[in-house]
Design a protein around this ligand. Structure first.
Ligand code: 3PG
Length: 211
């Protein structure tokens, strides 16, 4: 199965912010128990690379990637620590080219036709659409998918249990991303059962919408 097929199958890429390395493995297990085998650990905290390394070693069933990757140095660090894919809020050509050259799936953020055309010219088929709620949500994705039928989107930013169905039912959406399944407070409180429940709810909606 290709990376794109795997992302599509799971349908959701949780956006994770971790402040403590000790939380990485319990969180990965909580998501996995809820049916989610994808995680994007954001480079917004110091321990991101270490968290990726721990999950990739100790919970190999989870496809762990790096998010909020702003430059090629962070991309290299992430991959050295076991990241299986790279997500960026915007498109940094050097990072995308490096990732492609090293066979690492890369999903840069693109919200305008010009940015999407840049992604296509670099050979990409999946782009992040962020912040989805601010840039027109599903309405914008529908409009963009007319000229860019070959592109699949990963909308994130304002996606939640309440609106994920609207995104997932569109054929141009590869998967949705978001932080609501593993909120900062739930991680801080080690409320792994809640994270599992929120994951199960999301997976259920995705499955029901796609059948
Ligand atoms: C991201 O990086 O994709 C966003 O921070 C996720 O947005 P959300 O917190 O609204 O889900």
């Amino acid at each position: 199965m290709t990376f794109s097929e795997r992302v599509f199958n799971t349908g959701i890429v949780p956006v994770v912010v971790l402040n403590n390395v000790e939380d990485a493995v319990p969180l990965a297990n909580a998501l996995l128990k809820g049916g989610i085998d994808f995680m994007e650990i954001t480079f917004r905290t110091e321990c991101a690379a270490e968290c990726i390394a721990k999950i990739s070693k100790e919970v190999p069933e989870v496809v762990v990637g790096a998010g909020t990757v702003l430059n090629v140095e962070q991309a290299k660090l992430a991959v050295e620590n076991g990241a299986k894919f790279i997500v960026s809020p915007g498109l940094d050509e050097e990072t995308v080219t490096w990732a492609i050259g090293n066979n690492i799936p890369v999903i840069p953020g693109c919200v305008t036709p010009t940015e999407i055309m840049k992604a296509i010219s670099l050979g990409l088929k999946v782009v992040k659409f962020f912040p989805a709620d601010v840039y027109g949500g599903i309405k914008a994705i529908k409009a963009l998918s007319a000229p860019f039928g070959q592109i699949k989107f990963l909308p994130t930013g304002g996606v939640s249990e309440a609106n994920l169905k609207d995104f997932i039912e569109n054929k141009s959406v590869a998967a949705i991303g978001g932080s609501w399944v593993c909120k900062k407070d739930d991680i801080a409180n080690h409320d792994w059962d809640k994270i599992t429940t929120l994951s199960e709810n999301a997976v259920k909606i995705i499955k029901e919408t796609r059948t």
